[in-house]
Design a protein around this ligand. Sequence first.
Ligand SMILES: Cc1cc2nc3c(=O)[nH]c(=O)nc-3n(C[C@H](O)[C@H](O)[C@H](O)COP(=O)(O)OP(=O)(O)OC[C@H]3O[C@@H](n4cnc5c(N)ncnc54)[C@H](O)[C@@H]3O)c2cc1C
Length: 401
Amino acid sequence: MKSRKYDVVIVGGAVTGSSCAYFLTANPDFDGSVAIFEMDPSFSKSATALSSSSIRHQFSNAINVEISQFGTQFIRDFAERMQVEDSKPDLCFRENGYLFLAGTKRQEEILCANHQAQIACGADVVLMDKDELVRAFPHLNAEDVRLASYGRSGEGWFSNTGLMDGFRKKAREQGAEYVIDEVCAVHRKAHRIIGVSLAGGDTVECDFLINAAGTRSAGIAAMAGLELPVEPRKRTLFIFDCAESPQGTATVNGGQLPLMIDVSGAFCRPEGEHFMTGVSPGVDPVVDTDDFVPRYDEFEMIWEQLALRSKNFEAIKLVNVWAGHYDYNTLDQNAIVGPHSAVKNFLFASGFTGHGLQQSPAVGRALSEYVTYGEYRTLDLSELGYERVIRNEPFIEQAII
Ligand SMILES: Cc1cc2nc3c(=O)[nH]c(=O)nc-3n(C[C@H](O)[C@H](O)[C@H](O)COP(=O)(O)OP(=O)(O)OC[C@H]3O[C@@H](n4cnc5c(N)ncnc54)[C@H](O)[C@@H]3O)c2cc1C
């Protein structure tokens, strides 16, 4: 059995872990060593690889808006920033916006309140009444729509694996060490994490541990005797072809359609020449970390809703389907980021509940600051801290998809 020592050990090498590794190794004030332990180099079951890969500024909490505003700028600059030798990773960012539809008075009130929070942060979001909505997106049936909210810039979708790979390659170039192995034990002495054991037999000492293990992050916390209210919840994504595609018919944004969140909760956005859709299930139990069987029955309901929303969605054909897992925070569906209140060198980075890809740049940057300076220096992510878990005080985000 070999024993090694790193300043920072990161459990999980997908987008969150790799962003942390990138920001740490990019910071000239950080001169420590970083190891990332990843048990599955194919990433085939990671949320990162199975994500719908979109970014929006339309949240209810200012901190989530600001996190994504940083994410947008980071994605725009990604190719230059992540250049390794001659390779500049293009994330194919489609900045086509999000369109939230409100059908009930309650939905309308939430949209209005969220709008105030968003514009206070400088987000480029406008509210549209029924007439404005149909003028902008003539393919939509707006009969039951009371209000819509449209992000004119900064929102859209991009390459998920491109984001992860870009972080990974740059972090590696900057000195981070990626190790294929499973963390199977976390060693704690009183209020400090002192290291981890690997399935391959090695033990590794560390000064900090970052828990970026996604849906398995509660298991990593438990290895240190800590509780984390995060569990895997299944989400199924469907790709469909459309006999008469409405793509190109918008009178805004060069005809490009946004990601629409219907009054029913189903979302739909262009994906190349096809469309992607999905919905939060009514019954949403914890699932086994290896259960990736898609919930085909959800498509019937979504299709019904989409066909009511647009005649163009009446004749559609399913061309692909897959399921992934949210790292679902059962307390408040918001990320849990930062140190444990008592075990301060155990840092959380999970519970993203469907928005971790867009949050990964800001979270990686914040944790690199915490490790290097003992405090957040740019965005203060304290509202997303672990304290609220101990106090059992949810920090509710109204705009969860
Ligand atoms: C269907 C779906 C749609 C989504 N849509 C969006 C979206 O539109 N926008 C958005 O921002 N987010 C979205 N998300 C959420 C986003 O994809 C995730 O929040 C994000 O990818 C989480 O990244 P992560 O690195 O924290 O976790 P993961 O990607 O799950 O990676 C965790 C990694 O840890 C590794 N690991 C676990 N345990 C161990 C161990 N003991 N030892 C070593 N390695 C370990 C795993 O192998 C895995 O590679 C979506 C998620 C899903 C499932």
